[in-house]
Design a binder for this molecule. Structure first.
Ligand SMILES: Cc1ncc(COP(=O)(O)O)c(C=O)c1O
Length: 387
């Protein structure tokens, strides 16, 4: 099918809920994707922050295919070798005391379950989250999303959600109290324009949560699985080495096979009993094969380190560009801030066959590339940016 035929077909048979590029992508390898007319694009948006090991990584493809041939699916009613291996690997890379995994199917579902874990563990209902954070579109997650129009779209919202100011230590003191079940934070606010908070802020959050007995939850749907140059934002220097009680994950975890997860501390895990959480598809065999292979490739190819290199190459490229006001973020979650709007740059880069992303800040262009982009590929971006 031609791009035009695909486009017309999608428009005829699908709800028009997405603002789309006029591209029909039919093939991908590494950071490269091809249209149905065989045009090549450099994908620095990483398939929407999903393809951390690049598109259709051969090791991940092989693992999925082999697993699909053996057993595509059985639910959590039975034990599974591949689920055992995937959860052991995931827990082995997580900072202590995160010790147990719960698998689901998406980022929003991971956050729903993270909040439920906090409520079950504390017997309280109030959730504190932050202005301009994004946590997903299902009822509880959208109610915790204080970014633009999203929360309104989710009305009537789930009760007992309270907003605090991101990065402002003073603002959390009065809001987080002994009625608070959990504090949910996107540790780098990606969609808001790659906004960061200080390590001191995360330390204060940890201290305050401990003081009142609330669970601290990091939404690492974007920052997790190596993207910021560490396996997790949790426990990193940027987090003041703070480890939350729950980390929610999705996006890169399955390289495009839908999978989400909550990583839960040993202590909080003790309050979760049979039937408290559940999902049919969570922990399915093909998804688990994708998780295991993705984590193995990141480890074997040293991709957390390469994510840090990519940040340096991008920062160097931007340092010599007079139109760039600042570069925000870490590793492969970067926001390039322009003085007079990011959209014209985004469109011109697209004209140069480079896919990047926008954000809710009109001046910030987002890069969410695969973690294995090379220096020469970033040089192509740098040249196009200068042009
Ligand atoms: C930080 C964050 N949390 C949660 C979500 C929701 O994830 P999903 O779209 O898989 O439900 C997203 C999606 O963009 C996200 O960026």
């Amino acid at each position: 099918m031609t791009t035009q035929e695909i486009l017309e077909n999608e428009q005829e048979f699908q709800l028009t809920t997405y603002s789309k590029l006029d591209l029909a992508i039919v093939r991908g390898r590494g950071p490269w994707v091809w249209t149905s007319e065989n045009e090549t694009y450099l994908d620095l948006y990483g398939g929407h922050a999903v393809c951390a090991v690049g598109h259709s990584h051969p090791e991940v493809v092989r693992a999925i295919a082999e697993q699909a041939d053996k057993l595509m699916f059985y639910s959590n009613v039975v034990y599974s070798d591949i689920r055992a291996k995937a959860s052991a690997t995931l827990v082995s890379i997580a900072p202590e005391p995160l010790a147990k995994a719960f698998f689901c199917n998406s980022g929003t579902e991971a956050n729903e379950n993270a909040m439920r874990i906090a409520r079950l563990a504390t017997g309280r209902s109030k959730i504190v989250s932050f202005a301009k954070g994004f946590h997903g579109r299902t009822a509880d997650s959208i109610s915790a999303t204080f970014l633009g129009k999203y929360r309104t779209l989710g009305e009537p919202n789930v009760p007992d959600h309270v907003e605090a100011e991101f990065g402002n230590i003073d603002s959390i003191d009065s809001v987080i109290d002994t009625e608070t079940a959990g504090v949910l934070i996107e540790p780098i606010q990606s969609m808001a324009g790659v906004r960061e908070a200080s390590p001191e802020f995360f330390k204060s959050l940890r201290q305050k949560c401990d003081e009142v007995g609330a669970a601290l939850i990091f939404d690492e749907v974007q920052t997790g699985i190596g993207r910021t140059g560490e396996w997790f934002f949790a426990g990193s220097k940027a987090a003041g080495e703070v480890v939350p009680d729950v980390v929610s994950l999705a996006k890169a975890l399955g390289s495009g096979i839908p999978v989400g997860a909550c990583l839960v501390s040993e202590e909080l895990a003790r309050s979760i009993k049979e039937n408290d959480l559940g999902t049919t598809f969570g922990g399915g065999m093909v998804a688990m094969a994708a998780v295991k292979a993705t984590l193995d490739v990141i480890e074997a190819d040293g991709l957390t380190e390469n994510a840090r290199n990519i940040e340096k190459w991008v920062r160097d490229a931007c340092a010599s560009n007079a139109d760039v006001k600042a570069v925000h973020g870490k590793g492969c979650l970067l926001g390039i801030e322009f003085e007079n709007g990011a959209r014209p740059v985004y469109q011109k880069l697209l004209g140069e066959k480079i896919i990047t992303g926008l954000s809710s800040d009109p001046n910030v262009l987002r890069l969410l590339p695969p973690l294995n982009v090379s220096e020469s590929e970033i040089a192509l971006f740098a040249e196009a940016l200068n042009r």
